[in-house]
Design a protein around this ligand. Structure first.
Ligand code: PLP
Length: 390
């Protein structure tokens, strides 16, 4: 058999993030003491009451198909969250529950983009956005940003990138990989450009609750009915409830878009796992106290790691306002991100993700979703490494 892979899939870029973690894993298996900063998930366990709710659902026999967009109780709970936390009114029919925030993004891009349509993606970007656009046979249009503007795109930059073919602008605040949080004014201004040009905003708000210092999160959908009508919010339970493995996410969209996505989902994944949805209801309706404890820890680590990075020779860093990543610039060492990360792993057994995976070769992504002891140890080693470069 002459095997055939579709052009769509053959054109995908394999994940560099996974390549690094595979190498780190191999080194650990070989007995080396590797300090890992690659994690894209909280290091805390899912809160107990959420696990209880799913376990009970399983025991009670809640093990059959549900409506493909999720059970009504969960969609109502999500609508309540949007109302109370964001001041946004969505009916349950505008909400689709799915298999994770990643699935939300994929379905939005597939349901709104035709082949040849352009998707505007600010860099540094979450690795999956451009690849998802390619899967939809759309064209990713990358808007470069750098640390001089705290990795923010400006309205002028966005406007200049929009063409007759632009369908979607992807906004991710707080950001993975930079931790950047846009101010409400900045968000509104980007929304204004999209409204003027008739472009959808896919607003990835999965880190909305992971915010530090003076930063605030405000959804682009909140500024006016026009903003609301141009916005599709993608979200999920992975980060603020530490439920990455549950594969449970959701989105909120204008009615026709939600309807289209529901049709698509009914022919692909169907409903997300029935008993996981019961965990989702408990996550939204149960106590939220776990989060303040996590935020204290994340913030402590964020500040400690930031200070340490600033003190390193050849390294600069923008102070992040959200998520759980730092995105230091290492171009002062004279190395690109792949060489730097390779050598750091090889010579000091410290794993970070090369920025080139996110569209920025001068930087690295360091996740601080790990304990303080690891942060101290890993950054001691990194400091030794940059000193050794002379
Ligand atoms: C983690 C993450 C998601 C969603 O992850 P899921 O595990 O699929 O819920 C979406 N967007 C960004 C930017 C993320 O970092």
């Amino acid at each position: 058999m002459e095997h055939h892979i579709s052009n769509r899939v053959a054109s995908l870029t394999p994940s560099l993030t996974l390549a690094i973690s595979a190498k780190a894993k191999q080194m650990r298996a070989d007995g080396l003491d590797v300090v890992g900063f690659g994690a894209g998930e909280p290091d805390f366990d899912t809160p107990e009451h959420i696990k209880e709710a799913a376990t009970k659902a399983l025991r009670d026999g809640f093990t059959k198909y549900t409506p493909s967009s999720g059970v009504i109780e969960l969609r109502e709970a999500i609508a309540t969250k949007f109302q109370e936390e964001n001041g946004l009114t969505y009916s349950p029919s505008q909400i689709i529950v799915n298999c994770g925030g990643k699935h939300s993004c994929y379905n939005v891009i597939m349901a709104t983009c035709d082949p040849g349509d352009e998707v505007i993606i600010p860099a540094p970007y979450w690795v999956s956005y451009p690849e998802m656009a390619k899967l939809a046979e759309a064209v990713p249009v990358i808007l470069p940003t750098n640390d001089e503007t705290a990795f923010k795109v400006t309205p002028a930059q966005l406007e200049a990138a929009i063409t007759d073919k632009t369908r979607l602008f992807i906004l991710n605040s707080p950001s993975n990989p930079t931790g950047t949080v846009y101010t409400p004014d900045e968000i509104k201004a980007l929304g204004d450009v999209c409204i003027a040009k008739g472009v959808y905003i896919m607003s990835d708000e999965i880190y909305e609750r992971l915010i530090y210092g003076d930063s605030v999160h405000r959804s682009v959908a909140t500024f006016s009915p026009e903003h609301y009508d141009h916005t599709i919010i993608v979200h999920g339970f992975a980060k603020a409830w530490s439920m990455t493995g549950w594969r449970l996410g959701f989105l909120a969209a204008p009615d026709p878009v939600a309807k289209a996505i529901n049709a698509m989902q009914s022919h692909s994944t169907s409903n997300p796992t029935s008993f996981a949805q019961m965990g989702g209801i408990a996550a939204l309706q149960g106590p939220q106290a776990h989060l303040s404890g996590w935020l204290v820890q994340f913030d402590k680590r964020r500040r400690a790691a930031y200070e340490r990075l600033l003190a390193m020779k050849g390294v600069t860093c923008v102070e992040p306002g959200g998520a759980f990543y730092l995105f230091p610039n290492i171009s002062g060492t004279g190395m690109g991100s792949v060489e730097f990360c390779d050598r750091l792993l090889q010579e000091k057994q410290v794993a970070m993700v090369p920025g080139v995976a996110f569209g920025s070769d001068s930087c690295l992504r360091m996740s601080y979703a790990t304990n303080m002891e690891n942060i101290e140890k890993g950054l001691d080693r990194m400091a030794d490494f940059v000193e050794s470069l002379g």
